[in-house]
Design a protein around this ligand. Structure first.
Ligand SMILES: Cc1cc2nc3c(=O)[nH]c(=O)nc-3n(C[C@H](O)[C@H](O)[C@H](O)COP(=O)(O)OP(=O)(O)OC[C@H]3O[C@@H](n4cnc5c(N)ncnc54)[C@H](O)[C@@H]3O)c2cc1C
Length: 282
């Protein structure tokens, strides 16, 4: 029964997931490239406390960077620190990230670090600052729902860091975050304005039309290098419109067996997906 439920859910979730294996992800990346999008490839998995599994994920990212290069893919990897061992050993994860960022740099690729739950924000930013000193191709996500993010953004801009602005996807203690969607969007808008005024090479990662329109307006008055990024399978029509209007757009392509929690997060994020899911099961 669980197996059947998972199979049905996977059929539905496939629009968001670029396959279970690296080969599927590379095919999806080629397709996205052919539509004018660059890609951010994420091997699914987080909060891993099994050493062997973190080693496996590390090796897969090394292989993925080679595969991006060999297949001439326009794009790079985007990793989560807890899949590479952040919950086990900070020195270990630092050494692995150093290796991955260095390899990406040597291959002419960017290297992104996703931002996870608020218990890891400081550790993630500290590690990022250290890696960025040696690898200017490295970037990190900042979450607009966190009250602390304006200060974090300021520090990142001071050091010239590469920033991807997102709203934030985790369930957080109320005291740390803005309480509702309107205030989160307002803070996103505020941080985005700061990015256009002081930043360079940043990414506006949202599907929110109002924020995307605001970014387009800001890009007229501030001629800086930036790109939009969205998740695979969400607002694909808007991505193409942006590309046709001359904007750079990236597709975030997650892949791997651990698709379940990713799919559940996307469904929770947008209740209309629940309805679509129900319909697909009938
Ligand atoms: C490239 C990229 C990288 C990301 N990296 C991180 C990260 O490192 N850390 C992190 O915490 N979060 C990350 N996120 C997720 C992000 O924090 C949000 O959870 C997610 O993007 C939804 O927020 P939104 O800005 O699109 O706004 P929302 O207000 O959620 O959505 C705006 C509009 O977009 C459409 N939409 C949004 N989500 C869906 C959906 N699931 N199904 C259908 N339509 C939808 C709808 O039209 C909706 O009205 C990333 C997002 C992107 C796009």
């Amino acid at each position: 029964m669980v197996d059947l439920r998972n199979r049905l859910l996977f059929r539905f979730a496939k629009k968001w997931i670029a396959g279970r294996e690296m080969a599927g992800a590379i095919m999806a990346a080629k397709e996205a490239n052919s539509e004018g999008k660059s890609v951010l490839l994420n091997r699914l998995g987080e909060d891993i406390t099994d050493f062997d599994l973190t080693q496996k994920h590390f090796n897969e990212y090394l292989a993925l960077e080679d595969s991006i290069n060999q297949n001439d893919i326009k794009g790079c990897v985007s990793i989560k620190l807890t899949q590479l061992g952040l919950l086990l050993d900070q020195n270990l994860v630092r050494a692995r990230v150093e290796k991955l960022a260095g390899k990406a740099e040597a291959l002419g690729q960017l290297f992104w670090i996703d931002m996870e739950g608020s218990a890891l924000t400081s550790k993630t930013l500290k590690l990022y600052a250290d890696i960025f000193k040696r690898h200017k191709n490295a970037g990190v996500a900042i979450q607009a729902y966190l009250r602390r993010s304006e200060d974090d953004l300021d520090e990142l801009l001071e050091m010239g860091g590469r920033i991807r602005l997102v709203k934030g996807a985790y369930s957080e203690p109320h005291r740390l975050v803005y309480p509702d969607r309107r205030e989160i969007a307002e803070n996103y808008s505020k941080l985005m304005k700061i990015l256009f005024e002081r930043g360079e090479h940043f990414t506006i990662a949202t599907h929110d039309s109002k924020l995307i329109d605001a970014a387009k307006r800001l890009s007229v008055s501030h001629r800086v290098d930036f790109q939009f990024a969205m998740l695979r399978g969400i607002r694909d029509d808007l991505k193409l419109k942006l590309i046709n209007s001359g904007y750079q757009v990236s597709d975030y392509l997650p892949f791997g067996d651990e698709w379940y929690s990713y799919a559940v997060r996307r469904i929770r994020e947008h209740p209309s997906n629940m309805l679509l899911l129900a319909r697909s099961l009938i």
